[in-house]
Design a protein around this ligand. Structure first.
Ligand SMILES: NC(=O)c1ccc[n+]([C@@H]2O[C@H](COP(=O)([O-])OP(=O)(O)OC[C@H]3O[C@@H](n4cnc5c(N)ncnc54)[C@H](OP(=O)(O)O)[C@@H]3O)[C@@H](O)[C@H]2O)c1
Length: 327
């Protein structure tokens, strides 16, 4: 699998990583055995980058990764976590003292002395503008509690604000065939600055696998049931903020021009990998089969100009008028 430099760090990571929100909660229950099978399949497929957060299952995702790692110490992994959503998301909570407490908890959960990468987990815009916040993060690096820091953002403007900071290593943002706004300014700014781009929700919460119909139902404790309209957290995190029925229709159209021998999900991941400025894509996987197939997307042949043109036309038709100005 192709490896790329992870932004302003000295590490290289695979172009396909693994998102591990599924291992924690909000997507229904995943037993430990199944979680380990997902991690095994990803690493066997060449994945060297895991993304987690202190809130996924209130630490369960981090703990599972920490435990799995004990028996897979040789795996050449970079583990990114996130902090900041265990308290109300207000500027006053993004303090040096809280950072120390949150990072220490993640160090215990992940069983790591120095965390590879810690991202601020979608804080409000005021946090991205605060010099005190970055000073405190710099101190965490100096103290070797973390090796590097980045931000996870909801909106392109927040990414651009954070990227003005000299020690910011990475930006995590939603980018997929149904969410193209980051291509306008964020990815070009990343190319310019050397900040790494981590693309999350790459399958629009599964829509871009092409497997759902308008009748598909999700479990009540799956965010695709309870957050469709932003009831629990930002609407953009569920189906990329697109209306489910419209997303299903567009995914059918997308799958119709997917190259032979490549699944719709793999084409969707490869489309992201081919965007200049992109570092790694972190699809979530519910089972080892998905994890394996996603890792294989790293080896899919180039999609070609016609594929990219059609995908842009699809976006213009279904999504640009409704989502482009929002995030
Ligand atoms: N605020 C933040 O920073 C933030 C927010 C959201 C996500 N994230 C990170 O980004 C990661 C990825 O985003 P996501 O998990 O929300 O969405 P996603 O990767 O777009 O979608 C994941 C879903 O796609 C389906 N899927 C995955 N691989 C598949 C395959 N090969 N074939 C068919 N279906 C497949 C599965 O749906 P089924 O369950 O229906 O099978 C899976 O649950 C998360 O795990 C998390 O690490 C971060």
């Amino acid at each position: 699998m192709e490896q790329r430099r992870l932004g302003r760090t000295s590490r290289e990571v695979s172009v396909i990583g693994l998102g591990t929100w599924q291992l924690g909660g909000d997507w229904g229950d995943v037993p430990e055995r199944d979680a380990f099978a997902v991690l095994d399949a990803s690493v066997q497929g060449g994945v060297t980058f895991f993304d987690t957060a202190d809130v996924y299952g209130d630490g369960r995702s981090e703990q599972l990764i920490g435990k799995w790692r004990r028996s897979n110490a040789d795996a050449p992994l970079t583990i990114a976590t996130k902090m900041g959503r265990r308290e109300p998301q207000e500027l006053k909570n993004y303090t040096r003292a809280n950072f120390i407490e949150w990072i220490d908890r993640s160090r215990r959960n992940l069983q790591m002395d120095t965390l590879d990468l810690v991202q601020l987990h979608c804080p409000p815009t005021s946090v991205f503008r605060s010099g005190d916040v970055y000073d405190a993060l710099d101190e965490m690096v100096e103290r070797q509690m973390i090796a590097a820091y980045g931000v996870s953002v909801e909106e392109a403007g927040q990414a651009l604000t954070a990227m003005e900071r000299p020690n910011l290593a990475t930006v995590q943002i939603i980018l997929n065939a149904f969410r193209m706004k980051p291509l306008d300014e964020v990815l070009p700014a990343a190319v310019e600055s050397g900040v790494g781009i981590i693309a999350r929700v790459p399958l629009a919460s599964g829509l871009l696998s092409g497997k759902y119909t308008a009748e598909t139902q999700f479990a009540p404790n799956d965010h695709r049931s309870f957050n469709r309209h932003g009831e629990a957290f930002d609407q953009g995190e569920t189906f990329s903020g697109v209306d489910f029925e419209t997303g299903v229709e567009a995914a059918v159209a997308f799958s119709e021009y997917t190259p032979e021998g490549v699944s719709t999900a793999q084409a969707a991941l490869k489309w992201i990998v081919e965007q200049p400025g992109l570092t790694t894509v972190i699809p979530g996987a519910r089972n080892p089969e998905q994890a394996r197939a996603n890792a294989e997307a790293g080896d899919v042949p180039a999609l070609g100009e016609e594929f990219h043109d059609r995908t842009e036309r699809l976006y213009d038709r279904y999504f640009r008028p409704v989502v482009h100005s929002r995030w």
